[in-house]
Design a protein around this ligand. Structure first.
Ligand code: HEM
Length: 406
């Protein structure tokens, strides 16, 4: 094998803040100069893989690219999150158990509740004529959906929102107050521990995911409660800020691109499906960065990755790679065919919640644009974003444009 002369990038930073778009743009600039990079930051080293086909190949090869480490920010996790940090074959049983609850048909059953919740939030925004998209909508909607799916009371929403903020939203430099973050994680763990124990003691079975989880068996024996709590915490972590951030980037795009906004509003007004629009926004604004640990020496595009090395796959730039899609570097809402993007990952760990995410995004798009077809970021407002394991925004002020003002 011929290896490329190794150069190490010391400029790149996994975590940071900047204007909306910079989190993705800095990877796109890097991809223009190569597919695989070694990065050395003052306190961590890792590889970055940017090419669409390479990212897909690596994520499909769970033997070489282990999920035991999913972020260089946490290189020695004290325990494995279930199922995202388990490798096959241990991973497989958990994934099969979970997948049954997230099929398109099961998710469709949630539609009436999700639509009603969405309409409530939008009615409130319409009455005010302005909102902060993050706090008034993008955080509340997926969190309410999660509570409904799990069979938890909706009055828990403010508590869950506070935990979510403390765990997932970094400070204005992109870092975290670790004490606050760990405290919130413990609170989530404690909540699920208590809820599971309450349900076991009550001996009643309600028709929801959490109650069903209490009947799960792994290798023919009941799944222990600590594993179930762990899995609940992962669902909380995996299913909330991903949807929140996707809503934020999508609405920011639409608020700042009048022709695309008009296209969405017209599609909704005609009663046509919005799936293609959702798929393109998901592709272009992929918010997760996925990580792996290399289990054996392996050559990747002329670079030697050694056993034990950590790798980051920024899905957003893989999705904008022009070698797999025409006009990949811009949003095209009316593509003839949805692009086979990597936003939900690939291989054994591909997102189990993708159908839920899609239905949430479709409902949000339709319900919002039916009531609020025109809106902008108020003049003079600078919106900023952060990046790390997930890309996101702190807030997104929006002003509704009244029909009479247009
Ligand atoms: C737009 C929203 C979402 C995006 C972009 C997204 C993205 C992803 C990605 C990229 C992975 C693979 C991670 C890896 O390979 O290490 C993943 C896994 C996962 N996601 Fe999502 N996700 C979203 C929404 C959801 C929702 C709504 C749920 C459920 C409530 C969910 C639950 C999970 C779980 C449980 C896994 C782990 C699957 C496994 O390990 O086999 N996700 N997600």
């Amino acid at each position: 094998m011929t290896l490329a002369p190794e150069t190490t990038n010391t400029e790149h930073r996994l975590v940071g803040t900047g204007h909306v778009g910079e989190g993705a743009d800095r990877y796109d600039r890097l991809r223009a100069t190569g597919s695989v990079f070694k990065v050395a930051e003052p306190d961590r080293e890792y590889w970055v893989v940017l090419d669409h086909d390479l990212v897909r190949q690596c994520l499909q090869d769970a033997t070489t690219f282990s999920s035991s480490v999913i972020s260089p920010l946490n290189p020695e996790p004290p325990f494995a999150m279930i199922p995202i940090q388990l490798d096959p074959p241990e991973h497989t049983q958990w994934k099969m158990l979970l997948a049954r609850y997230f099929s398109p048909r099961q998710m469709e059953a949630l539609r009436p509740g999700l639509e009603a919740r969405c309409r409530e939030l939008i009615a409130d925004i319409k009455a005010r004529g302005e909102c902060d998209l993050l706090h008034d909508f993008a955080l509340k909607f997926p969190t309410a959906a999660f509570l409904e799916l799990m069979g938890l009371p909706l009055d828990q929403l403010p508590t869950f929102l506070e935990w979510e903020k403390q765990i997932t939203t970094p400070d204005d430099k992109g870092g975290f107050d670790e004490e606050r973050q760990v405290g919130a994680m413990f609170a989530v763990v404690g909540y699920f521990a208590e809820e599971i124990s309450r349900r076991r003691n009550a001996g009643t079975h309600t028709d929801d995911l959490l109650s069903d989880m209490l009947t799960w068996e792994i290798d023919g024996v009941p799944a222990p409660d600590d594993a179930l709590i762990n899995c609940c915490v992962l669902l909380f972590l995996a299913g909330l800020d991903t949807v929140t951030s996707t809503l934020a980037f999508s609405w920011h795009h639409l608020a700042t691109h009048a022709a695309d906004r008009a296209h969405v509003a017209a599609t909704v007004a005609r009663g046509e499906a919005t799936d293609g629009i959702v798929e393109e926004l998901l592709r272009y604004y992929a918010v997760p960065e996925v990580g792996r640990k290399v289990t054996r020496d392996v050559e990747l595009d002329g670079h030697l990755l050694r056993a034990g090395d950590l790798v980051v796959f920024p899905l957003v730039t893989a999705n904008r790679d022009g070698s797999f899609l025409a006009d990949a570097d811009r949003v095209v809402l009316d593509r003839a065919q949805a692009a086979p993007h990597l936003t939900f990952g690939a291989g054994p760990h591909r997102c189990v919640g993708s159908h839920l995410a899609r239905i949430e995004l479709n409902i949000a798009l339709v319900e919002w644009h039916r009531e609020l077809p025109d809106y902008v970021v108020p003049e003079g407002v600078e919106v900023s974003s952060y990046w790390g394991n997930i890309h996101g925004m702190y807030d997104l002020p929006l002003q509704v444009v009244d029909g009479a003002d247009r």
